[in-house]
Ligand binder design. Structure first.
Ligand code: SF4
Length: 447
């Protein structure tokens, strides 16, 4: 989008008639594949003369299938995406279908598309990494997105400094595999970062630079007040990592763990690199340094071969570590993966049953977590006016609302004394003079 804006194009809403439609295809699940194909057909119905460009992961793994769809004019791979405007202009001249999809290689760099960030009013989502080397047996992403490519810290810091000058106070760091951030610097061709240094010197500087180093650097940006992290794997939650993390006053105490299962045998079949025991240790480490942390996790139920006993091990582990929310996914076959051809695929009814059981647990813990907030004073970053309420989030990602109209507090951080829980939201009153009791207290105006 940024590339088109820079070239003088106007960006319109998806429902409006456009001359060029760019479909960013996804291939994480078979349903995502289907949606990508449906979207392509839909835009052609909106404007039969429009140019339809398909980019993204589905293109990278299923180029031949997309070539068969006559409605697509341009099919561009991940590497070609940065030249999207050039390709569109070429097409406009010749009006001949263009297909250009290069293979991804381990040495490829992170593709910088300029300073692009998804921003809400006062929160910005910053992508710091792409690709994955892990090859979990159920996942197509390493084939679709290529190997780990970390964005250079200088570029990330520059982007965050810029948006913080425009009023953004909270950043959310995301990536395909955030845990792997920096692991590729040692073997990639590092372009000149600091012009006074040679490529070798730059390489030396980045060789051991990891997610925690980046967080320490972002924490120093004065106008950024909160830093959130996307999914983390238990493997990154070492004593050193959590201890250093706990010293960064802007890091929010909300951690989403990519667990997938709580049973060591199932994890092995998934090709995940940790055990159930290590999950428990990781959760305990987080709680040691962040006592009020909200822990959430992704769990897949019904993975091939998951017996009742294995599922129960997951269930019991989740009960012990008491997450505040569980995102449950019923395993679905992803063509082209190892798990798709594994024996003992699980019946849909069993998946449904296991999913319901985990969702029940999740709802119970979410309610308990919310109720535990009642009577506490929490630090809230106010984001929007919703009717008579001003709404925002706590450091551990609870939605809080206070009665206030057109308050000067929008985009500000303040303390709120929680009076009651209303469904998934907390209702309270401003508590200017009180110290906050939950969440990371040094983020607020209180001391
Ligand atoms: S870590 Fe596993 S699930 Fe996550 S992107 Fe990589 S291969 Fe896929």
């Amino acid at each position: 989008m940024q590339k088109f804006i820079e070239a003088g194009y106007d960006v319109v809403n998806f429902e409006d008639k456009a001359d060029i439609y760019v479909i960013n295809t996804c291939t994480v699940t078979s349903i995502a594949d289907k949606k990508s194909r449906q979207m392509i057909r839909r835009v052609k119905q909106q404007n039969k003369d429009a140019i339809v460009v398909a980019v993204g992961c589905y293109v990278q793994v299923a180029r031949e299938k997309l070539e068969e769809i006559k409605d697509i004019d341009l099919i561009l791979g991940t590497k070609e995406k940065k030249d999207i405007v050039k390709y569109a202009q070429e097409y406009l001249k010749e009006r001949e279908k263009i297909v250009s999809v290069s293979d991804m290689t381990p040495k490829d760099n992170y593709e910088e598309y300029g300073l692009i960030t998804h921003t809400e009013r006062n929160r910005a989502v910053i992508k710091i990494e792409d690709g994955c080397n892990q090859f979990c047996t159920y996942c197509i992403i390493p084939y679709a997105r290529g190997r780990v490519r970390s964005r250079l810290p200088e570029h990330i810091i520059k982007e965050i400094e810029k948006i913080s000058e425009n009023g953004i106070k909270e950043v959310v760091l995301t990536g395909i595999n955030l845990t792997a951030y920096g692991t590729d610097f040692a073997y990639r061709d590092i372009e000149q970062i600091d012009c006074n240094k040679s490529e070798e010197e730059n390489k030396e500087k980045l060789k051991d630079y990891r997610l925690i180093d980046l967080l320490e650097d972002i924490n120093k940006i004065p106008k950024i007040k909160r830093i959130r992290l996307g999914s983390l794997e238990p493997t990154i939650i070492t004593d050193d990592f959590v201890e250093r993390l706990s010293k960064l006053e802007k890091v929010c105490d909300h951690f989403h763990l990519s667990l997938q299962s709580g049973c060591t045998e199932t994890l092995k079949r998934m090709n995940r690199k940790y055990t159930a025991e290590e999950i428990e240790e990781a959760a305990a480490r987080i709680r040691k340094y962040f006592p009020n942390a909200a822990l959430t996790a992704d769990i897949i139920v019904g993975f091939p071969g998951e017996t009742d006993e294995e599922f129960n091990q997951t269930y019991e582990l989740l009960k012990r570590i008491k997450l505040y929310k569980i995102h449950v996914f019923k395993y679905s076959i992803r063509e082209g993966t190892k798990a798709a051809v594994m024996e003992n695929q699980i019946d849909g009814n069993i998946k449904e049953e296991r999913s319901n059981k985990l969702l029940e647990l999740s709802n119970k813990y979410e309610e308990e977590f919310n109720n535990a907030c009642v009577g506490k004073t929490l630090s809230v970053l106010f984001e929007e006016q919703d009717g008579e309420y001003l709404k925002g989030h706590t450091t551990n990602y609870r939605v809080v609302k206070v009665k206030a109209k057109e308050s000067k507090l929008e985009n500000e951080i303040a303390n709120v004394k929680i009076a009651r829980a209303e469904g998934l939201e907390l209702v309270g009153e401003l508590a200017k003079s009180e110290t906050c009791q939950w969440g990371r207290r040094f983020l607020t105006t209180c001391q």
